[in-house]
Design a protein around this ligand. Structure first.
Ligand SMILES: Cc1ncc(C[n+]2csc(CCOP(=O)(O)OP(=O)(O)O)c2C)c(N)n1
Length: 465
């Protein structure tokens, strides 16, 4: 469901009992015992954008359909195959791949003309790149549009670093009235705002709907449609809009850029680690090209406001927000791109849900740097609730830094740190060693980063209660 919400194309391959047994309605393990073998696909189809039950006869055409659909939507495909058919040869001739969806030429031209007309009369403007841009691999195309237009760009938490934060036209994070004043003005007072990819103005990425952008000023370039002045131009692909606009857009020359500043490193070596001392040290630790994975909770909020080095990318599950995601997702990212360093920032409560995957990092021979904030429970929940110490925010107290050794990661550098000095030493070591690192950070039970404190004062806006 998270992959569907956040547009990750994953292919979920699932075996089912043999067709022979299905037809005989045998009572099989892992079923409800009701002889209904469609239960799973009926449930899981909801979390996919395309699904199929493969047979030797339909396999060739179905796989072309499934792959093309999943890639066009960048959403999951759910594929079942019965045990007895899985090893049978497919039948039928090879076919041409299904064509990728194309823009409707007339609609595309109308959308481009309308966008250019709106941009032409604007004196000021701003671009909001969306997370979908990285899902579709369109960073270069959007960067070309950003540079051709000369406009500043800002990102919400969900879209963080989708275009490098090292770019001279990046002005910072946007969270409505809680953005830096120059960012708020650049976005909300702009004559035209180009929503590049379909930014989702979620409760969490707008600090509880604190954003005010006049819809009449927005050009929304979605995955397969564009919206301008209340009109939808359908069958218009995002890529084609970026390319056409980059080629024809006027250049705004009178733009004052104010780059975001680095967070100041504070806190003496012997002092306990606090959010104020922790996050700037992360900022100093991050390197160009890092993949930074932020778990839902205080980690995503505290690190979401840091300025990342040029080329570093960041992922968090801002919309779906299922805790435990980040540990597993970091494994996937590390395996998918072994040329980049993966840095995972997670709270210990989230980590408890998927910590068994630590062993999989070693099994696959990848070397992440993992920071686990142990603040004795579900910190962000404490901050958002009326009674922070309600018992259900407490957790079993694990010895987190001993997990890697127990899970087969024998050569990892591990540490448990309580002071800023210990944290710095551990970060230096993590940077120097040629192995993975796992650092347990002891934090205060009621010590929250500023963003989380702010959310604590805005629960009514966040939840509509
Ligand atoms: C699967 C799931 N269960 C529960 C929640 C609600 N939830 C959101 S954040 C959070 C606590 C996270 O605690 P932790 O990982 O320790 O991070 P901290 O905020 O303390 O840094 C919980 C329980 C959720 N988002 N997803």
């Amino acid at each position: 469901m998270g992959a569907k919400a956040e547009r990750s194309a994953i292919f979920h391959l699932v075996g089912m009992p043999s067709m022979r047994y299905q037809q005989l309605q045998k009572v099989m393990h892992h079923t409800l015992g009701d002889g209904v073998f469609q239960n799973f696909i009926n449930i899981s189809a909801q979390s996919a954008c395309v699904h199929t039950i493969l047979t030797p006869d339909n396999c060739i055409s179905e796989m072309e359909r499934v792959i093309t659909t999943a890639m066009a939507q960048r959403q999951p495909a759910y594929i079942m195959v019965a045990e007895d058919l899985a090893t049978r040869p497919v039948t039928g001739p090879a076919i041409e791949p299904y064509p990728e969806p194309q823009s409707d030429a007339d609609e595309l031209k109308a959308a481009v003309d309308a966008a250019l007309a709106k941009i032409d009369v604007a004196r000021t403007g701003c671009i909001l790149p969306a997370f979908t841009v990285s899902r579709f691999g369109l960073q270069n195309e959007l960067t070309a549009l950003i540079e051709a237009s000369g406009l500043p760009y800002a990102t919400t938490a969900m879209d963080k670093a989708v275009i490098s934060e090292g770019h001279s036209q990046y002005i910072g994070g946007y969270a409505g009235k809680f953005s830096a004043p120059n960012v708020m003005e650049a976005v909300e007072a702009a004559d035209v705002v180009i929503n590049a990819g379909g930014v989702l103005f979620t409760d969490f990425s707008t600090a509880g709907f604190a954003h005010t952008i006049d819809p009449a000023r927005i050009i929304t370039i979605g995955i397969d449609s564009t919206q301008i002045d209340g009109r939808i131009y359908s069958n218009v692909r995002m890529r084609d809009m970026f390319v056409a606009l980059a080629g024809q857009v006027k250049k705004f020359t009178d733009v004052k850029f104010q780059r975001p500043t680095q967070a100041e490193v504070v806190g003496a070596a012997d002092d306990p680690i606090t959010p104020k001392s922790l996050y700037p040290r992360y900022q100093r630790f991050f390197k160009s090209n890092d993949i930074i994975v932020l778990e839902t909770g205080t980690s995503a909020s505290g690190a979401g406001v840091l300025l990342l080095p040029d080329g570093a990318i960041s992922h968090s599950q801002t919309l779906w927000g299922s805790i435990g995601w980040a540990t597993g997702a970091a494994l996937g990212m590390a395996v998918a791109d072994r040329s980049r360093r993966v840095v995972l920032l997670t709270g210990e409560g989230s980590h408890q849900l998927t910590a068994n995957e630590i062993g999989s990092f070693a099994r696959h021979g990848v070397k992440p740097v993992i920071f686990v904030l142990n603040n004795q429970g579900f910190g962000v929940e404490r901050a958002l609730e009326e009674y922070p110490d309600w018992v259900y925010n407490d957790l079993a107290q694990w010895d987190y830094h001993t997990l890697p050794a127990a899970l087969g990661c024998k050569d990892w550098f591990t540490a448990k740190v309580k002071t800023n000095g210990e944290l710095e030493a551990a970060m230096e070591k993590a940077d120097a060693v040629d192995t993975a690192s796992y650092i347990e950070i002891v934090g205060g039970k009621h010590d929250y980063p500023a963003g989380v404190q702010l959310f604590g004062t805005r629960t009514a806006e966040l939840y509509g209660i």
